[in-house]
Structure formats: structure tokens, C-alpha cells
Design a protein around this ligand. Structure first.
Ligand code: GRF
Length: 230
């Protein structure tokens, strides 16, 4: 991935949210713990009520709202969003519970530097209600995935996955809580790898330090070794 930053400069990151912001908090906490060498320039939400905005303000980070309801269509909202994002000159744009489908225009503009986290072991269960669907399907293993964003929803080159067991007594909320704990570990980790210039997208795959970043979900080796990094 091209990296135009001078070696001494920190990776500039803008985070997009729509709600609670617990992944944003995990990113802020990792930064404060000295584990994440980034400059978090701004948090932008499409919803004024997003609790994550207060998390950003509490950490002294610029927090702004661009309400999608004020725009005639998806692309005009995306253009306004991109204009504001660009004001911060980010190296990386992080989607952390951003609940708007982005236009192809927006995705192409930030190709290779737009990351998302999804609460399933992609390619299984793209879309919404992943925990309900995992339980209904009777899978033994579920989890979360960080990936670069491409035009198809919840697809794109996979950076890291973390698996959790599905237990017999699980409800959607107990399973969601187990998955969320892993989200909070792998998102800062993926961002750290990007910031350190260790990720390379080749074809549809991501290389970490020149080796495939995400082993197949069934291999049992999901990110276990890498998680010790953080
Ligand atoms: C997370 O489960 C994330 O995987 C999904 O939306 C949720 C956002 O949660 N994309 P939070 O706002 O980070 O707490």
C-alpha cells in the first residue's frame, strides 16, 4: 500500500460512527495505553444522538455530525461527508458501527484506506442481525472480521478475524457480547498494523508482513498469534 507519510509522522485517522461507539472507545483506549501509534483527528457521525460523539469529546477529539437526512440522495450525502473527511487529511478512514451503506463513489475514493468491522466471521453472515442468524443456522463458531471496504456490502479483503464459540444457552445478546469483546481487540490491532505500514492488499487478499493476514476461518488459527501483539 503506498505510504506517502514521512516516517516520523503518525497515521492520521478519521472514525465514522452512527451509535454507541464501543469500538471507537477501544481505539481511544488503545491509543491512550500507548499501543496504537495514530493521530485520531476526528469522529464524524451521521446521527446527532450517537453516544460515541460524547466518547470522542471526552477524549478531546473533534466530534461532528453530518445528518444524512439533510441530503437528497445517498451520493450527495457521501460527497458532503467526503469533503469534511478530507479536511482532516486522513491516511485511514475507520468505519466503527457506521450504519449507512456507502456509495461506490465514496468507496472508490478511499480504496485501500477504508476499514470496516463486521460482527461475523465473513464471508459468513454479511448484512444485519448476524448473531440471530448464526444461532438460527446452528454454527459452532461465530466471531468478528475487520476488512478493507469494497463496493459489495461486508465484503472486501480480510485483515483479521477472531472466533468465539457458540454455547448451547446462547441468546443473540450473550453471543453479541462475546463477539464484541473480540471486536475491541481486533479493531485496534488491524489499525495498528495499517499505521505501521505492515498491510498490503494483493488481489483480494491482505498480506501482513508479506504473509497472508487472515487464515481460513475453519483453520482454528484465527489471529491467535497476532492478538498477542496488543
Ligand atoms: C459492532 O458490532 C460492529 O461490528 C458493527 O456495529 C457495531 C457497532 O458497535 N459494525 P459500537 O458502536 O462500536 O459499539
Amino acid at each position: 500500500m503506498p505510504d506517502a507519510r514521512p516516517p516520523s509522522a503518525r497515521c492520521r485517522v478519521v472514525v465514522l460512527i452512527s451509535g454507541r461507539g464501543s469500538n471507537l472507545q477501544a481505539i481511544i483506549d488503545a491509543m491512550h495505553a500507548g499501543n496504537l501509534p495514530i493521530e485520531l483527528c476526528a469522529v464524524i457521525s451521521n446521527r446527532a444522538q450517537a453516544a460515541g460523539l460524547q466518547r470522542a469529546r471526552d477524549a478531546g477529539i473533534a466530534a461532528e455530525v453530518i445528518n444524512h437526512q439533510g441530503y437528497a440522495d445517498r451520493e450527495s450525502f457521501d460527497r458532503a461527508l467526503a469533503a469534511r473527511v478530507d479536511d482532516f487529511h486522513p491516511d485511514l478512514i475507520v468505519l466503527a458501527g457506521f450504519m449507512r451503506v456507502l456509495s461506490r463513489w465514496f468507496i472508490e475514493r478511499y480504496r485501500g484506506r477504508l476499514m470496516n468491522i463486521h460482527p461475523s466471521l465473513l464471508p459468513a453472515f454479511p448484512g444485519l442481525s448476524t448473531h440471530e442468524r448464526a444461532l438460527a443456522a446452528g454454527v459452532k463458531e461465530h466471531g468478528a472480521t475487520v476488512h478493507f471496504v469494497t463496493a459489495e456490502v461486508d465484503s472486501g479483503p480480510i485483515i483479521v478475524r477472531a472466533a468465539v464459540p457458540v454455547l448451547p444457552a446462547d441468546t443473540p445478546s450473550s453471543l453479541a457480547a462475546r463477539v464484541l469483546e473480540q471486536e475491541h481487540r481486533i479493531y485496534p490491532l488491524a489499525i495498528k498494523w495499517f499505521a505501521e505500514g505492515r498491510l498490503l492488499v494483493r488481489g483480494g487478499d491482505v498480506l501482513l508482513d508479506g504473509k497472508p493476514a487472515a487464515p481460513p476461518a475453519s483453520s482454528g488459527g484465527i489471529a491467535t498469534k497476532s492478538l498477542k501483539d496488543l
